[in-house]
Design a protein around this ligand. Structure first.
Ligand code: GLA
Length: 736
């Protein structure tokens, strides 16, 4: 790739997929956005612009008033006062790097075009290739970096971010997600001010509990859902990350995102290449919801495993029976979910262990054999029962883990993550330990766990893949003493390699990423997983908040959302079934309870919800999300809607978040409809004795988007059935 930048324009014209106005300037365009780079040979790569799409003939003028003219991937060493995206110690100990462009290349990857700007250190044979992937039809640009060492000895990577983006200084607000177990994905909004704002993760495995590796930057002041310019960034990585924004004395907020380099310096051998995770960037002038829609569409079509397949409606056994699994109970649950119209039953924790039966959480992880005391007819018996009931069957495993009370640990204590000379640190149940995925033998083991299960029982339709521990001590029994700092990174290299093998062998099984609830909601795992468990907290009221935050970056098809029992097992709140169903239906619907404990009325409500969900499933799972009223605004109500791409069908969700007598709630204008189309309103999940005043009525999209509909604050039910909760699901179908 030598001095080919001069032919960039010719290449661009030949490929027809991207444009260079002259030999140096690259205008990477998507349907609505542009990223403009100056890639002059002999210079470092510079970024001039990211935002609303600009045409090629605007570029000469734009160059005279670019948004910025900064290194697109700042490296450390000369003028080292600012933050760098890359910092290395060369083989001879030199801590400075100075790169210049040697060439630009574009190549097709299926439909996508990848532009690679090759840079080399001015003195050392050390290469830094910055890549950008543009997919036709998607307003997301993926960027990542390949770092190659051709020096005489090892180079140490001290920092190795996936990407850097300057954002013009102004009234810029950051929206980010924070939380903890059972309280995932709260939204924080704050104006950027001088200094550094950092979002980080150091769990080792679960990277979406305490914070999230995705952010939104609203460029026009306080974030709005459907107006204003927004830049969104999502780091596609399952491990430790660091995202930070440095607002200094310049005209720029500097945004960096990548692997968290703390305690992870990486020794790159001669001839070796280190590839950073991808950073997905989007821009929208349609507010936060617009940026979310960009991520959803891009993710569903290009990143989420089987993103084009409808997800089944399931019953998961966990909150229904916890570890008390036996054949009769499983059969009963299968019958019940089938009778309510469900399509899949998932047997959660507690089914395995021979020498050590898994009756509580303190043993057996690693021993993935059926406990025939509980299940005398084994998995095949359960598969037969599922078949008889006309439902598919799924199963829970936690393959990256062991307990010290397990046959696996007795045989292979060397497989676990453990620091030399220290006592083993144990997690859940006082005995849980993490297998060392940097070890190829452990990678084989984890592959075999899944492969054996799927080969022995090919009718298994769904796997819930859990991971209930962080890396609890920094020590690999596999990595050499001088490469201990590779643990966090090599764990994930091994993890992803194993997932690749699993998917090559078993492309069709649905796999859920669960990690102590919502610990693995990230674009780093979703190429191999079909969905994630959003939270161990199924309280419908709190779920409105958690699912709101989750929807910033992840589509409803991937967001598992279950109706659980009342009182709720985490908050002990009592919420009527109708409200629980109305919340769960805004994601990938499921149930998480013992149906036997439901009375006939609740059972009928669930059956109705399942039947209604089947009607709106394509709209929720493949439609465009318009968030309307945030629960975090504390207006007493939250609301969002999904609209088909054709805008001929939509579903509107409205949930009251608090109840006071004679309270005033805002009337909520809708969004995303076609102003000129007429829509007929039908209430779903109806429990009222008489229909809503607008039931069956027709309204223009224009009217609905200007005014919304007035939703009554309570249900119209018999007096004794009134509750302090109220919610509505309305379907809006185009009248042709
Ligand atoms: C984790 C998961 C739960 C459940 C249990 C089983 O906590 O998040 O959904 O599967 O493990 O032990």
């Amino acid at each position: 790739m030598k001095n080919i930048a001069k032919s960039v324009l010719a290449a661009a014209i030949a490929m027809g997929s991207w444009h260079g106005i002259n030999a140096e300037v690259i205008n990477l365009t998507t349907p609505g956005t542009s990223l403009v780079l100056d890639a002059s040979v002999g210079q470092p790569l510079r970024i001039l612009y990211y935002g609303e799409k600009v045409a090629d003939d605007e570029i000469p003028a734009l160059r005279s008033s670019a948004l910025y003219y900064r290194d697109a991937y700042p490296v450390y060493g000369l003028y080292p006062q600012g933050e760098a995206a890359l910092s290395v110690t060369h083989a001879d100990g030199n801590r400075t790097t100075q790169v210049e462009i040697t060439g630009v290349e574009t190549k097709q990857e299926g439909d996508a075009t990848v532009t690679t700007v090759a840079m080399r250190d001015k003195v050392y044979p050390f290469d830094v290739n910055v890549n950008y992937r543009v997919r036709p039809g998607y307003d997301v640009i993926e960027t990542w970096v390949d770092i190659t060492n051709n020096e005489k000895g090892a180079v140490t990577l001290n920092r190795f971010m996936s990407g850097y983006l300057p954002v013009r200084y102004g009234n810029v607000w950051l929206s980010s997600l924070y939380g903890t177990w059972a309280n995932e994905t709260n939204v924080t909004e704050e104006p950027l001010s001088h200094g550094v704002k950092m979002i980080k993760n150091k769990d080792g495995l679960r990277n979406s509990h305490t914070a999230h590796g995705e952010v939104m930057l609203s460029l026009d002041g306080k974030p709005q859902e459907n107006t204003g310019r927004v830049i969104g960034a999502a780091l596609c990585y399952p491990g430790n990350y660091k995202l930070f924004i440095d607002t200094d004395d310049s005209d720029t907020h500097h945004f960096y995102a990548g692997i968290n380099e703390e305690n992870s310096e990486y020794h790159l051998k001669k001839g070796e290449t280190f590839t950073t995770p991808e950073l997905a960037l989007t821009y929208s002038h349609e507010g936060l919801s617009g940026a979310s829609r960009n991520f959803h569409k891009w993710g569903r079509d290009n990143r989420l495993h089987a993103g084009d397949k409808e997800r089944k409606i399931l019953l998961n056994s966990w909150e229904g029976v916890y570890f008390n699994i036996n054949e009769d109970v499983m059969a009963g649950m299968m019958e019940d979910i089938a009778s309510m119209g469900g399509e899949l039953f998932v047997m959660d924790d507690g089914w395995f262990g021979d020498k050590y039966p898994r009756n509580v959480d303190n043993s057996s992880l690693g021993d993935w054999v059926v406990d025939t005391r509980k299940l005398p007819h084994g998995i095949n018996g359960l598969l037969d029962t599922a078949k008889k009931n006309g439902v598919a069957f799924g199963i829970w495993i936690e393959p990256e883990m062991a307990n010290t009370t397990s046959e696996l640990y007795e045989k292979h204590p060397e497989y676990i993550i453990k620091a030399p000379k220290r006592d083993v640190v144990k997690g859940r149940g006082g005995t849980q330990v993490v297998l060392d995925m940097s070890n190829p033998k452990v990678q084989d083991l984890v592959f075999e766990i899944v492969d054996t299960l799927m080969t022995k029982y090919p009718a298994i339709d769904y796997i819930k893949w859990d991971a209930n521990a962080p890396v609890m001590e920094h020590g690999s029994q596999y990595l050499t003493a001088d490469n201990q700092s590779h643990l966090y990174i090599d764990y994930h290299k091994g993890f992803v390699k194993t997932l690749d093998r699993i998917r090559a062998a078993h492309p069709h099984v649905t796999i859920q990423a669960c990690a102590s609830g919502g610990g693995r909601a990230n674009w780093g795992v979703l190429p191999w997983f079909d969905e994630f468990w959003t939270s161990d907290n199924n309280d419908a009221l709190q779920r409105i908040y958690m699912q709101w935050g989750t929807s910033y970056f992840f589509p409803a098809i991937a967001m598992a959302s279950h109706i659980s029992a009342s009182p709720n097992h985490q908050t002990f709140r009592r919420i009527p079934t109708k409200f629980r169903a109305d919340v769960a239906m805004s994601g990938r619907l499921g149930l998480e309870m013992q149906p036997k404990d439901m009375n006939d009325e609740d059972r009928a409500i669930c059956a109705q919800a399942i039947a209604d969900y089947k009607k709106i499933r394509p709209i929720v799972q493949f439609g465009d999300l318009y968030r309307l009223q945030s629960p975090f605004d504390k207006k007493g109500v939250a609301s969002l809607m999904y609209v088909t791409p054709e805008k001929d069908d939509a579903v509107f969700f409205w949930w009251k978040t608090e109840t006071f007598m004679n309270q005033q709630l805002p009337r909520i204008p809708m969004a995303g409809l076609d102003p000129d189309k007429k829509y007929k309103v039908t209430e779903l999940n109806r429990i009222d004795n008489r229909p809503l005043p607008f039931e069956g009525k027709e309204f223009t999209g224009k009217f609905l988007m200007a005014n919304g509909l007035d939703i009554p604050l309570t249900y119209r039910v018999d007096y004794h059935k009134n509750t302090d909760f109220s919610s509505r699901v309305l379907r809006l179908t185009e009248v042709k």
